[in-house]
Design a protein around this ligand. Structure first.
Ligand SMILES: *[C@@H]1O[C@H](CO)[C@@H](O)[C@H](O)[C@H]1NC(C)=O
Ligand SMILES: *[C@@H]1O[C@H](CO)[C@@H](O)[C@H](O)[C@H]1NC(C)=O
Ligand SMILES: *[C@@H]1O[C@H](CO)[C@@H](O)[C@H](O)[C@H]1NC(C)=O
Ligand SMILES: [Zn+2]
Ligand SMILES: [Zn+2]
Length: 495
């Protein structure tokens, strides 16, 4: 997630500028109050399992711990083997409680938990910034090789598109981001970042591990898949719009729906949260150069005064949200920078002003871009000035809103409730952060959801982008199982 902060001036906005804030995530507005009926019951625990061993036959087809892959069989033999060897309920032709339990039982295996921690810790120790995720990507590919999962590489420099299933439609995608942040880790623990000034402070190490866990679960259940699951490991979420480049490089080829998760310090470990419609704000910046004509201040008629024009522009920009936006559709336009002239006796020839804008709905976001440009250009011309507006699209500093498709949201909700229990799902309010997952949501129906990592005992209560950020690793198998169930069940029911 990108917490684009107020500190960013247009003049500082060069290429791939990171901006991050250690301030708490602001809730811009709350459409729906926290559901008071939602139970705060203890999150599910993976330590005591009633289902271990329920999935013996599948393990004969693919054993996730068999890193040599010696026990894997051709898919036809595998299918045969399973049909003979296991209870029919596990065929999951219709999703049942047993299917959820089968997925959970794989996730709960102690060796799975250990492996997930190992993977996550290795990535945590070696954080890599946007488009530099070479070692992270290599680790993922090595593990995929061991699992005998096929993939395409590289997309967007370090990205991976892997697939599990029939190779035929429908195709459903699940996505993880791989990049870290330019933050010095302040948590003292055994697997602290070994790279000075870099840290996985947003939990993308966790996202990668959970998606790898999903790969293991889905590979084990590959003969049950009614289509193809695409696993997307993308670079550069925090800066550089990695999602956009992944799409350009074909990450979404054939894909008809996509899902992704983000860890959240606001919810107890393992709680899933999401909402239909807008979830995360769209966010962009603008810089305008207002050009007039320089002259001595005592001869104002010889000038074309950009200071006066820019002043009128600032005032007019205020009217966009206050007079044109539906008050129930939250939007922000703020001018944060205004520069021109340094001689108190001269009217300057240019003024540069800039600021930022946010919106939750897709239509409002693009409407703001259009109106900000119009207001600046037209208002400048009232004062005989000209204006040019830059929205930093080339610098990849523009994030559309993350808007959940209603049907995909319902799918996440249903799958999580069936998998983890109804009390472990929450409908959450929209949040101020931005996410480049929004680029996928522009192309195919999508849903983004949170998974809680908050554990007061462990101290995993810090917001993303804090140097004190840490997680409760018990989330790993829960996230892996959730991803896997969302994908498998999508193919079964939605595809
Ligand atoms: C599957 O099992 C049936 C009956 O046991 C057998 O006739 C058939 O040849 C097997 N197919 C494969 C691909 O192993
Ligand atoms: C958002 O709006 C843009 C511009 O109008 C459009 O191209 C895009 O398809 C829209 N996305 C969605 C998800 O509606
Ligand atoms: C927090 O973590 C501790 C240590 O792992 C664990 O015993 C406890 O059950 C966790 N609490 C919650 C609410 O998950
Ligand atoms: Zn993030
Ligand atoms: Zn982030």
């Amino acid at each position: 997630m990108v917490l684009l902060s107020h500190t960013q001036l247009p003049s500082q906005m060069n290429t791939r500028k990171y901006s991050f804030s250690t301030a708490i995530l602001l809730l811009l507005y709350v459409l729906i109050p926290r559901d008071s009926a939602v139970s705060l019951a203890q999150p599910i625990s993976f330590s005591s399992s009633a289902y271990d061993g329920a999935f013996i036959a599948d393990r004969r087809c693919y054993d996730p711990e068999d890193d040599e892959g010696t026990s894997s069989m051709s898919s036809a033999t595998c299918k045969n083997q399973t049909r003979r060897g296991t209870a029919v309920a596990e065929d999951c032709l219709v999703w049942s409680k047993e299917c959820s339990e089968a997925v959970l039982s794989i996730a709960r295996r102690p060796e799975m938990g250990e492996w997930l921690r190992r993977v996550r810790r290795r990535i945590h120790e070696n954080p890599e910034l946007a488009f530099e995720e070479y070692e992270t990507s290599r680790l993922i590919r090595e593990e995929l090789d061991l699992m005998q999962v096929s993939y395409r590489y590289p997309l967007a420099k370090t990205g991976i598109r892997a697939w599990i299933g029939t190779g035929l439609p429908p195709f459903v995608a699940i996505r993880a981001d791989m990049d870290a942040l330019p933050i010095q880790e302040a948590v003292e623990w055994e697997y602290k970042s070994k790279v000075a000034g870099k840290m996985h402070a947003c939990g993308h190490d966790v996202h990668v591990a959970m998606l790898m866990g999903a790969a293991k679960i889905l590979k084990t259940r590959e003969h049950l898949l009614k289509g193809t699951v695409i696993l997307i490991f993308q670079p550069a979420e925090e800066a550089g719009n990695g999602a956009k480049r992944m799409i350009q490089d074909g990450a979404l080829e054939d894909v008809e729906a996509i899902f992704a998760v983000h860890v959240s310090h606001e919810h107890p470990t393992g709680i899933i949260g999401s909402r239909p419609g807008p979830l995360l704000a769209g966010c962009g910046f603008f810089r305008a150069v207002i050009s007039g004509k320089e002259a001595s201040a005592y001869n104002p008629h010889r000038s074309v005064d950009p200071v006066l024009a820019a002043s009128a522009i600032v005032t007019s920009l205020q009217g966009i949200v206050s007079r044109e936006a539906n008050p129930l559709d939250s939007q922000v336009v703020s001018v944060t920078s205004f520069n021109g002239g340094d001689n108190l006796d001269m009217i300057p020839d240019t003024v540069v002003l800039g600021g930022t804008f946010r919106a939750y709905s897709n239509a409002s976001f693009y409407q703001l871009i259009e109106r900000i440009e119009q207001v600046i250009v037209e208002q400048a011309s009232v004062y005989r000035c000209s204006a040019e507006v830059d929205f930093f699209e080339k610098e990849l500093n523009i994030y559309p809103p993350t808007v959940n498709d209603d049907r995909m949201y319902e799918h996440v909700k249903k799958v999580s409730m069936d998998l983890l229990g109804a009390s472990n799902f929450r409908e959450v309010p929209p949040m101020m952060g931005a996410e480049d997952f929004s680029f996928y949501t522009q192309v195919v129906p999508a849903a983004f959801f949170y998974i809680g990592i908050r554990n007061e005992t462990l101290g995993s209560t810090h917001t993303g982008h804090s140097p004190y950020f840490m997680i409760d690793e018990d989330v790993l198998p829960i996230g892996a199982a959730t991803h896997a169930a969302i994908a498998e069940r999508y193919l079964l029911e939605q595809g």
